[in-house]
Write a protein that binds this ligand. Structure first.
Ligand SMILES: [Zn+2]
Ligand SMILES: [Zn+2]
Length: 439
């Protein structure tokens, strides 16, 4: 699988990470089905927007790109995405791009002009087949600095450097990669002549993926067998964008919602369906996931630990095999939860345990099993610490109030109670502090 990854000019919002989650679910499902999945997700670390940021902030482009690449990876990780097999950066693959351009020029598919290298779209008869457009209807105005085009619809594979811009040497002068070329070059390097799935957001179908196809097929690659495009997270029907500010950044969202709830929110709708973002819709997802978690908790409390079943139920597998039908698959999960709850009510422990084993197997391939070690690591420990801290502070406030009204008996009783719960309370000039008694 090749997934067009982040352009790292800013930190990710939940719309960016949705793509990562959708393709993480696909990869997990294919792996469950016995495929040996090689998953490539590139990083576009140089482009117009990164260069613009360099000018605006006065910080080198590579520092901006790397800081945001880390923010993206933090976002993928906190929302439970497995790391890709390889995560290549555009600027690490300039020699591969030069080789591809040389071959395309030699084959009559590309030409150099004023330090730019353009792809000749009329040289590739199947151009625009993916987006089902006609070349004669295509109005493509030349981009800034794109001089010397033979046909305005030809696209830039390589852009001549403007003064003061980062650039790399090529046989045609110094410049930098056009966005489309990097994906053709890196897909070829890591996946060879042909591979199975090429993915990305809906907005990439044209021009990015049409241009990738033209380059790679004219180069002689078979390229992708399947094209898979995820829909967006929208706000009032519009694609979520940077202009929304910081409130929907992943780093801010995980302060307000548990990461596993956010993953459920973003993974549950079909990857081809838009998600219209609202606080209310996240709250509904929280309630839906809460019903699953409540069941898991009740069974574990009454029956002890239950391992996931070795296989998922047939109906779940059929849903996932049908274009990764997560909504139908989750309906099977919720049915098993209801059956399991009825079994608990009827004190049929054997049945409840069997349902939980199924539920865990199904949630596991969606990356949503709350008992999986991936969700019970340090982050969760910190969450719990935060919860305990607020609770203890609440009790300590009551103790302070008791002292203020000179009710020392109550104040001492509260202190003793906290001691019995395993906490040591220390009075300091800046107020009471608590620690866990390790003795
Ligand atoms: Zn791409
Ligand atoms: Zn792509």
């Amino acid at each position: 699988m090749y997934l067009c990854g982040a352009t790292v000019q800013a930190a990710p919002h939940i719309g960016h990470i949705r793509s990562g989650i959708n393709f993480d679910v696909m990869r997990r499902w294919l792996t469950y089905r016995g495929y040996d999945v090689t998953f490539v997700r590139n990083v576009t670390d140089i482009d117009d927007k990164v260069i613009q940021k360099e000018r605006d902030l006065g910080i080198p482009w590579w520092q901006i790109a790397y800081a945001n690449e880390r923010a993206f990876n933090d976002g993928y990780t906190v929302l439970g995405c497995q790391p890709p097999t390889v995560e290549p950066r555009a600027t690490g693959h300039i020699p591969e791009m030069i080789e591809m351009m040389q071959a395309l020029i030699a084959g009559g598919h590309a030409y150099a002009a004023d330090g730019n290298v353009y792809f000749d779209v009329k040289s590739y008869p199947d151009y625009l087949e993916l987006s089902n457009q006609k070349l004669e209807n295509l109005l493509q105005p030349a981009g800034e600095g794109e001089t010397g085009k033979r046909d305005p619809r030809d696209f830039a594979m390589w852009k001549a450097a403007k003064p003061g811009e980062p650039s790399w040497q090529t046989p045609w002068g110094s410049g930098r990669p056009g966005w489309h070329l990097e994906c053709s070059a890196m897909a070829h390097k890591y996946l060879g002549k042909g591979f199975d799935i090429h993915g990305g957001g809906l907005d990439l179908i044209f021009p990015h993926h049409e241009n990738e196809i033209a380059q790679s097929k004219a180069f002689g690659d078979d390229f992708a067998n399947f094209w898979v495009h995820n829909a967006w997270v929208t706000l009032s029907g519009e694609k979520m964008s940077k202009s929304l500010g910081n409130s929907v950044l992943v780093s801010a969202m995980v302060q307000r919602w548990r990461p596993i709830v956010l993953r459920y929110y973003l993974a549950a709708p079909h990857y081809r369906s838009m998600i219209e973002y609202s606080e209310e819709s996240v709250r509904e997802a929280e309630a839906g996931f809460g019903r699953i978690e409540g069941f898991i908790q009740r069974v574990v409390e009454r029956c002890g630990a239950v391992e996931p079943a070795p296989e998922v139920p047939l109906a779940f597998a059929e849903a996932m095999d049908d274009d990764f039908g997560v909504p139908q698959a989750l309906a099977i999960v919720h049915t098993a939860v209801r059956q399991g709850n009825s079994a608990l009510t009827a004190d049929d422990k054997e049945n409840a345990v069997a349902r939980l084993a199924e539920v865990r197997a199904m949630l596991g391939v969606l990356g949503l099993d709350p008992l999986d070690p991936q969700w019970s690591g340090e982050d969760r420990g910190e969450d719990l610490h935060g919860v305990i801290d607020s609770l203890v502070r609440l009790v300590l406030d009551q103790r302070q109030a008791a002292r203020a009204r000179k009710d020392f008996a109550t104040a001492d009783a509260i202190r003793d109670q906290l001691g019995l719960a395993g906490l040591v309370i220390e009075d300091t000039p800046s107020g009471a502090r608590w620690t866990i008694n390790n003795q």
